[in-house]
Design a protein around this ligand. Structure first.
Ligand code: GLP
Length: 232
């Protein structure tokens, strides 16, 4: 793991952007894995303001809430449109279909098989989740339906009118698929992430802290601000 401690999320977004730009320049970045949440927003702002061209690149997103369609302003489809795709269209963008039944998972696994991820962007849940792989998820799990934990619902309610509106289930790319990405950049900012960051980097590798599996990945860059690094 390469750990980069930055001043704030502005600097983190710039550094992550530079890494994507460098990977694009090699011509080897064909499939880019994207994340939602507040954390990648400064990265997406850098991409929006750049002259990078993704018209030959495929994107795959980590997850989607069950029950929310692309037109729903709270869906991750909508978030990605607003944050990135309206300004930077990709050749093709895949996100699990929250409107479908559980066959959405098998379909997504097939998509990932056909489009192996070259670089995956990750955020980090306060409980150490990546994608929506909550603590206790087996490391071998492919795309699956997730029952969101109370703490994740609580953490994500800021994007909804009230906590009752937060979906309780999601479809998420599994840890196995995330680990198959050739390289990974994980971003985490703020004191609320400090405990999960320390356990992810220095703790034991355990399914109780899903991000700890990243210690085993050969090419991971962790970009954190000083507040998120405080327990290291
Ligand atoms: C959600 C997403 C994750 C994200 C996490 C952290 O649960 N499914 O992909 O990493 O939240 O969110 P934030 O970046 O808003 O702190």
């Amino acid at each position: 793991m390469r750990v980069l401690i930055v001043k704030d999320e502005q600097e983190g977004g710039r550094i992550a952007f530079d890494q994507i730009k460098g990977a694009m320049a090699t011509g080897q970045l064909n499939v880019l894995g994207l994340a939602t949440g507040g954390t990648p927003c400064t990265l997406y702002e850098n991409i929006r303001n750049s002259n990078l061209d993704f018209s030959n690149t495929i994107s795959v997103n980590l997850d989607e809430y069950v029950g929310l369609g692309a037109e729903d302003p709270q869906s991750y489809h909508y978030f990605m449109q607003e944050q990135l795709f309206n300004v930077k269209p990709f050749k093709k963008s895949y996100i699990p279909d929250g409107k479908k039944g559980e066959e959405a998972c098998a379909e997504y696994n097939q998509i990932l098989k056909e489009h192996p991820i070259d670089l995956q962007i990750l955020g980090l849940g306060q409980n150490g989740h990546i994608g929506f792989n909550e603590p206790g998820t087996p490391f071998t799990t492919p795309t699956h339906k997730v029952q969101l934990t109370k703490s994740t619902i609580e953490a994500n309610k800021r994007f909804f009118d009230c906590v009752e509106d937060v979906p309780t289930e999601a479809y998420s790319m599994g840890i196995d698929s995330i680990m198959q990405a050739k390289s990974i950049i994980l971003l985490a900012y703020g004191e609320k992430k400090a405990d999960a960051v320390a356990k992810m980097i220095q703790g034991e590798i355990t399914e109780d802290l899903p991000a700890s599996i990243l210690q085993k990945h050969p090419d991971v860059t962790i970009i954190i601000d000083e507040a998120a690094a405080k327990d290291l």
